[in-house]
Design a protein around this ligand. Structure first.
Ligand SMILES: Cc1ncc(COP(=O)(O)O)c(C=O)c1O
Length: 407
């Protein structure tokens, strides 16, 4: 296989990949859950702790100023990475889940009973449950765009759902189970023409493709660090200046205020209005380092590499009658979900682990999607920049062995 970049040099930057699991070289294919971190990310966090660490924003001393500079520089890197007009459009959150909860809470004051929120059957629970809060608390009605058998969104159904009552549309950019990449620019155009606020969950998409929030035309877009070769507990929410102005703050406390009196409080401007308390400082700096690291490669090269591995794994399973691949659209990222007839996905994952192959098994926080396919769970192999063809082959061989044993 032709690979445009030096895979061995890339792997050397991820010391954890040299691990052995149960006597086998680790084949880490659980990247859609959390990817591993290169030394550049770990060094950035450690280096900041060793050189200049203090709380951000409030200091008048050198280290506080240096830490603030590094923290705000990371915000600028996220803004550039997502194609946002300015770093003031980027709110740091503790991950995509918190970003989506912030969207729901922040917009909740605009919701009247009977107002509609359109999401889809392929959403992660973090883009479902916050809207259920609005259903329970304010009488919102949630409508689910159906998913076709191949794993595409039924776009005609989406269009037919839009109407006067639609207040919000929140659609995942790339599914964490199906791998499907949704045409968010079109969806945003239709949603906004109907007067709805358009949100997209870019947690998976931001890892595997170039994202430009302005070209997508979304009002709000979220991403997370730990899938982008960065640390946990850090993510970001992009919002247009207009929507961030309209959204009410989520957490109250220090930093998000302008003035506090006994009888009233006034808020800081965005993005600080949404960042109460001490933020995850080192994690934000780590996310900035992850963005620096990943953007040294061409996203087209990454995509070609990852999809070659995906295709090899999918083709390797294709000959097995007992395997059913879930999510077969052509426009997709390197996520391979499947069921093995007669076997529970958890048992399958445990057997693969015996061969050093790490995959995820379960419902992947997508119960409505599992119900759509009438399945209980899937096993999921997800490929990242450092995976190899040999690992894809070892995955296929291990599934074959497991199938002999389980079914
Ligand atoms: C599509 C999607 N949305 C949201 C999330 C939640 O992300 P986080 O772990 O950053 O809260 C995930 C994580 O699996 C995801 O895959």
């Amino acid at each position: 296989m032709h690979s445009a970049f030096d895979i061995n040099a890339i792997r050397a930057q991820f010391p954890i990949l040299a691990r052995e699991i149960n006597g086998y070289a680790l084949a880490y294919l659980d990247n859609a859950a959390s990817a591993q971190k290169p030394t550049a990310v770990m060094d950035a966090m450690k280096g900041q702790s060793e050189r200049a660490y203090a709380n951000v924003h409030r200091g008048l001393h050198t280290m506080a100023n240096e830490t603030t500079e590094a923290f705000e520089a990371a915000r600028g890197k996220v803004a550039a990475f997502l194609g946002a007009p300015s770093s003031s459009n980027i709110v740091f959150t503790r991950g995509a889940t918190e970003a989506l909860n912030l969207c729901a809470y922040g917009l909740s004051h605009l919701i009247e009973p009977g107002d509609e929120i359109i999401i889809s059957q392929m959403e992660h629970h973090s883009n479902i449950v916050p809207w259920h809060f609005l259903r329970e608390r304010y009488g919102a009605v949630i409508r689910f765009v159906p998913v076709t058998e191949e794993g595409a969104l039924d776009l005609d159904a989406f269009k037919s759902m839009l109407g006067e009552k639609t207040k919000i549309a929140s659609i995942v950019h790339m599914s964490n189970v199906l791998g499907t990449v949704n045409p968010i620019a079109d969806i945003a155009k239709w949603a906004k023409a109907a007067g709805a606020v358009m949100i997209s969950d870019g947690t998976q998409a931001a890892v595997h493709m170039d994202v430009n929030v302005q070209e997508l035309g979304v009002d709000l877009y979220c991403m997370t660090g730990h899938k982008l070769y960065g640390p946990t507990a850090i993510g970001a929410l992009y919002g247009t200046s207009d929507i961030l102005e309209k959204m009410q703050p989520f957490n109250g406390g220090g930093e998000m205020i302008e003035d506090v009196f006994e009888d009233r409080v006034t808020y800081n401007e965005a993005p600080y209005k949404f960042e109460a308390g001490t933020p995850p400082i080192l994690e934000a700096i780590g996310l900035g380092a992850a963005i620096d690291w990943i953007t040294q490669f061409s996203s087209e090269d990454i995509r070609q590499h990852e999809m070659a591995l995906y295709n090899a794994a999918r083709d390797g399973l294709a000959g097995m009658n007992s395997v059913r691949v879930i999510g077969t659209t052509s426009d997709k990222g390197p996520v391979l979900s499947f069921t093995l007839e007669g076997a529970h996905a958890h048992d399958l994952a445990q057997i693969l682990d015996k061969y050093g192959v790490a995959v995820r098994a379960g419902q992947h926080c997508t119960q409505p999607l599992m119900a759509r396919y009438n399945i209980h769970s899937t096993a999921r192999a997800s490929f990242g920049i450092y995976n190899t063809l040999d690992e894809a082959d070892r995955f296929v061989a291990a599934v074959r062995k497991a199938a002999l044993f389980l079914s």
